[in-house]
Design a protein around this ligand. Sequence first.
Ligand code: GAR
Length: 198
Amino acid sequence: MTRACAILLSGGGSNMVKLVESMAAPGHPARPVLVMSNDPEAGGLERARALGVATGAVDHRPFGKDRPAFEAELTARLEAAGAELICLAGFMRVLTEGFVRHWEGRMLNIHPSLLPKYRGLHTHARALEAGDAEAGCTVHEVTPVLDDGPILGQARVPIRPGDTPEALAARVLEQEHRLYPACLRRFASGQREPLYLS
Ligand code: GAR
């Protein structure tokens, strides 16, 4: 029996596309059941519909500062779709401990840095400012601390002389597209050892 996977996004959804496409492989242990956004206008929703995946949106703005109410609505929609696993794929809302605990052990995230370096935003600019020799991305289980939690995989990207945050982000994103599907497949089949791609 495959595991029902929901994907949460806020933007263009290129990682979502790769995850959905990967789940079409014969024998894959997961299947996409819902793509949800906090932004009804997110480009990723249209791309998901084009792939034949059910979509939904819970606009966070009417909830104001009431994050638990926003998240209760998200959980209601996720559970109505039968979601057993959640992939955060560029979902740009900080989640409360209550939501994370509810889904703990069943929720993955991709972050555009080599965690534990550069939690939060502007990861590529920070790596360049620090003079790092390499950057990359990390897939991890979501725990209540932001961009923390057991690492499921990492891919490294060399930094080139003259790199800009945008150029580096584009090369890291290519690696995200390899790493996230590989980590989802392993996670959904019960593997927990980290995967290191180079
Ligand atoms: C990706 O680079 C992802 O790692 C990042 O947002 C982008 C979404 O791109 N996520 C975060 O920064 C989470 N803190 P996509 O919408 O094209 O998949």
